[in-house]
Design a protein around this ligand. Structure first.
Ligand code: UD1
Ligand code: MG
Length: 455
């Protein structure tokens, strides 16, 4: 028997007050739908179906790399109607799992237990006991504790409203039963919709017991309906991630002021100060310290490196024992060997920098290759763009570049050359040479500065 997963994502998400479909809003750097899809993808399923309502192209583009069938539900007539849009495509022998595009943190472990429970009777439902059940469908049981039906908040009487076991909406049901029961749903309820939850009662009427399973954590079943819930879930999830890192031996100055929007690998004794944001795939070696306010995305940081406050590092390889920042911007394609120092207000893009190089202040290096033991003075600019194309700057080993120098690419500075401060270098420099722009110092004595004319 195989498993088909249906993810319901057709709701407009009116309460988000957004032009973006609700399931496209990000949580920890991934869309809500991507989280649900990732959980589904980890299960051994035959097919994933996504029921969407509008902006299908936008949704598809935002989720490349996921193999799923996209099925449009033109009118949103309820969760039962939504599943009915795909059920004909699902073989009778399959189990059908229903997930929600706006319940992002469900885990594949809980879902695996849900699948296992369905193997017993053919119908399992994920339910949970929560303190405030307002808004959810309630689970009504008989005296022996068997599930009888789900009552939606709007259809519930006072006694039912006091039940705090709620329907999470997630379930696994045999496909052929789902087909039959969806066919007999009616809109005889307060919402005048085809409610998927009504199949619970239909099952019980046919003496097919419904097995309940609870999630490992309540966070897994929290849905997002507005930005308040989104913000709350983001903070909870971030805290769980931060606690995971602390357990793995990472020091976080304040676990409540750390954001991981992707995947982070770490070595031993990594220290991360407050307000650090990690995005995409980042690996950090051992004995690394990250100062406050850094943003690090899709980068590798070598062992014993130290990144000072307020650096932005994106798509870069930072070498061992590098000292970066404060206030450095390292852009995609920057690759540093060991013992490199990059200081404040330095921007490096698409450049290879060999060991023991120092670029300590106020410099732009783009499309360059820099050899070993090079010292780049303050205010050096590689002029890599002529308005049409980018050009390369190549700097050999042991080169010394004085402050306030312009290197007009394409240009090569050979090993051991020295560039005097304030030089504009527009042709290659020989190895070992001293290069300086022609300039004379002029003195005008008793110089009177121009005065502002009164209007
Ligand atoms: C649903 C359940 C309720 C449960 C709650 C858990 C039903 C009838 N009720 O209520 O028992 O406690 O979830 O969060 O199922 N959707 C569609 N097409 C539609 C309608 C909805 O795709 O026509 C999607 C929505 O985008 C959403 C999901 O189905 O992802 C749930 O719909 P929603 O309207 O939020 O249902 P609830 O009233 O929250
Ligand atoms: Mg809902």
């Amino acid at each position: 028997m195989s498993l088909s997963v249906v993810i319901l994502a057709a709701g407009k998400g009116k309460r988000m007050c957004s032009s973006l479909p609700k399931v496209m809003h990000p949580l920890a750097g991934k869309t809500l739908l991507e989280h649900a899809l990732a959980a589904a993808t980890r299960l051994p399923c035959r097919e994933i179906y996504i029921v969407y309502g509008y902006a299908g192209d936008k949704l598809r583009q935002a989720h490349p790399g996921f193999e799923a069938q996209w099925v449009e539900q033109e009118e949103q007539l309820g969760t039962g109607h939504a599943v009915a849009q795909v059920i004909a495509a699902i073989p009778d022998e399959d189990d059908v799992m229903v997930l929600y595009g706006d319940v992002p943190l469900i885990t594949s472990q809980t879902l695996t237990r849900l699948v296992a429970a369905a193997a017993e009777t053919g119908f399992s439902l994920l339910t949970s006991h929560i303190e405030d059940p307002t808004g959810y469908g309630r689970i009504v049981r008989d005296d022996e504790g068997n599930i009888l039906r789900v009552v939606e908040e709007k259809d519930a009487g006072d006694r039912e409203k006091s039940i705090n076991e709620i329907n999470t909406g997630m379930m696994v049901v045999k496909s052929r039963w789902m087909k039959k029961w969806l066919g007999s749903l009616t809109v005889g309820n307060a919402q005048k919709e085809y409610l998927l939850t009504d199949i619970v009662n239909l099952s019980v009427n046919e003496k097919i017991p419904v097995q309940s399973v609870s999630p490992d954590s309540v966070m897994e079943i929290k849905g997002v309906n507005d930005r308040l819930q989104l913000a709350e879930l983001e903070r909870r999830y971030q805290l769980v991630q931060a606690q995971g890192l602390l357990r793995r031996g990472v020091t976080l100055a304040d676990p409540a002021r750390f954001d991981l929007r992707g995947e982070l690998e770490t070595g031993r004794d990594v220290v991360i100060d407050v307000n650090v944001v990690i995005e995409g795939r980042v690996s950090i070696g051992s004995n690394v310290s990250i100062g406050p306010g850094c943003v690090i995305k899709d980068s590798d940081i070598g062992d014993d490196a130290s990144i000072s406050a307020n650096c932005v590092i994106d798509g870069a390889v930072i070498g061992k024992r590098n000292k970066i920042g404060p206030f450095a911007r390292i852009r995609p394609g920057a690759r540093f060997a060991g013992d490199v120092q990059i200081g404040n207000f330095v921007e490096i893009k698409k450049s290879g920098i060999q060991k023991d190089v120092k670029i300590n202040h106020l410099t732009y290096v783009g499309d360059s290759e820099i050899g070993e033991r090079v010292n780049v003075g303050a205010g050096t600019i590689t002029c890599n763009y002529d308005g049409v194309e980018k050009h390369k700057t190549v700097i050999g080993n042991d080169v010394f570049i004085g402050s306030n120098t312009e290197l007009i690419a394409p240009v090569k500075i050979n090993d051991g050359a020295t560039i005097a401060a304030g030089t504009t270098v527009n042709k290659d420099v020989e190895a070992g040479a001293l290069e300086m722009s022609k300039r004379e110092r002029k003195t005008i004595k008793k110089w009177k500065r121009p005065k502002k004319q009164s209007p």
